[in-house]
Design a binder for this molecule. Sequence first.
Ligand SMILES: Cc1cc2nc3c(=O)[nH]c(=O)nc-3n(C[C@H](O)[C@H](O)[C@H](O)COP(=O)(O)OP(=O)(O)OC[C@H]3O[C@@H](n4cnc5c(N)ncnc54)[C@H](O)[C@@H]3O)c2cc1C
Length: 389
Amino acid sequence: MRVVIIGGGAVGSSTAYHLARDPAFKGAITVVERDPTYRIASSSLSASSIRQQFSTPVCIRMSQYGRQFLEDGAGLLAVDGDRPALGYRQRGYLFLASGAGAAVLRENHAVQTAEGADIALLTPGEIAARWPWMSTDGVALGAWGNAGEGWFDGPALLAAYRRKARALGVTYVAQDASGLVLRGGRVAAVVLGDGSEIACDVAVNAGGPWSARVAGFAGIDLPVRARKRMIYVIQCREKLAGSGLVIDPEGIFFRPEGTGFICGRSPGEGEADPDEPPLEVEEEMFHARIWPVLARRVPAFEAVRISSAWAGYYEYNTFDQNGVIGAHPACANLIHAAGFSGHGMQHSPATGRGVAELIAHGGYVTLDLSALGFERIIENRPLVEKNIV
Ligand SMILES: Cc1cc2nc3c(=O)[nH]c(=O)nc-3n(C[C@H](O)[C@H](O)[C@H](O)COP(=O)(O)OP(=O)(O)OC[C@H]3O[C@@H](n4cnc5c(N)ncnc54)[C@H](O)[C@@H]3O)c2cc1C
C-alpha cells in the first residue's frame, strides 16, 4: 500500500511514525512537507502543554495516551540508542471558575473523573493556602490536575517523530502538495509543486492551519482556518512557588517557562479573529487585555516586563473547535487530521496512532476516535469542547 501524508508537522509526522511501526502495515510512506524548517508551522510555535481537563471523553482519552507517550517517548522514539529529550514536566493545570462558571467546572470534573483522570476540585480557601501568591478574588471554585498535566518541548517532539519515522523507512519530500489527481471519487496521486506526481492508495491531509486548502483539492469544505494566537514571555522578580498552568476565569493563562512565565489569551465572543493574518505580535494586546488580569490575579505580576513574544496559527475548527479525523464520504481515501484548535500537540500521539489504525487495520483498534469523524460536520452535530484555552 502506498500512503502519502500531506504536511509533516506533529500530526503528519506522528501518523508516519505510528504507521511505520505497525507490523500490520506493509507498504511505502511518503510525507510531503513544503517547509522542512517548520518556520511558521503550529508545531514550532506551540505552547506545547498537556492537560487531562477537557469536557469531552474522547479528548480526555487522547490526552491519556499523550501523557503515556510523553512518559515513554524517549524510549519509543530513540534511534540507535540515542534517546530524544522531550522535556516533559508534570505540573498541573489550575482552572479557576467564577460563581457563574462553577457549575460547568463541576460537570467537567464529573466527566474527567469518570474517565479516570486525577483532578481535584479546590475551594478558594484551599487555593489560597496552596498558592499564597495568588488572589482568589472572584473565584468560586478551582480544578487542579494532580497527574498527567504539564508541558513539554514541542519542537523536540516533532524532530523526534521525524527522525524515528525516517529510521523506520519513511521518506520526506520537501515540496508543496499543489493538487490531487482524482479518479472515480478517490485520490489516485498527489501533485507536487514541481509538476511531478506521487501515486497513492491513501492520502492523509495533515496540513494543519492550511488543511482546508488540501481538502479543497478534492472539492471538500473542511472548516479549519489559520487563526493567530500570541504568546508573551514575561519576567517577574518573585518566585511563584508550585505554579502550574493557571487559567483565569477571564480566559487568560500563564505558566512557568525557563526563568520566567509565558501567557496568552484567545479572543472572546464577538472579537475580531481573522483568517490567516500576518504573524505579527501585538504588544498592545498584552498591555490592554492580559496584564490587567494577570496583575489582579497575582500581585507579583504588577511589575512584570515582556522579554520576548511570538505568534503562531491555531488550526481552528470554526464548526466546534475539535479535531476532525477521518474521510469525507465524497472521497473515501483522503483522511483528514486537522482542526485541533489549540490542543493538537498533546493529541498528536493519539491522532497519529488513530489515523495509522484506520489505514493499516481499516478501523480503530486501541481508541475509538469516531466521535471526531467528518460525519458530525455533515450532519450538523457539533461536539462542543467547553474547555478551550
Ligand atoms: C500559540 C500556540 C499555542 C499552542 N499551544 C498548544 C498547547 O499548549 N498544547 C497543544 O496541545 N497544542 C497547542 N497548540 C496547537 C498545536 O500546536 C497544533 O494543534 C499542532 O501543532 C498542529 O500540528 P499539525 O501538524 O497539524 O500542524 P503544523 O505543525 O502547522 O504542520 C502542518 C504542516 O503542513 C505543511 N503543509 C500544509 N499544507 C501543505 C501542502 N499543501 N503541501 C506541503 N506541506 C503542507 C506546513 O508547511 C506545516 O509544516 C498551540 C498552537 C499555537 C499556535
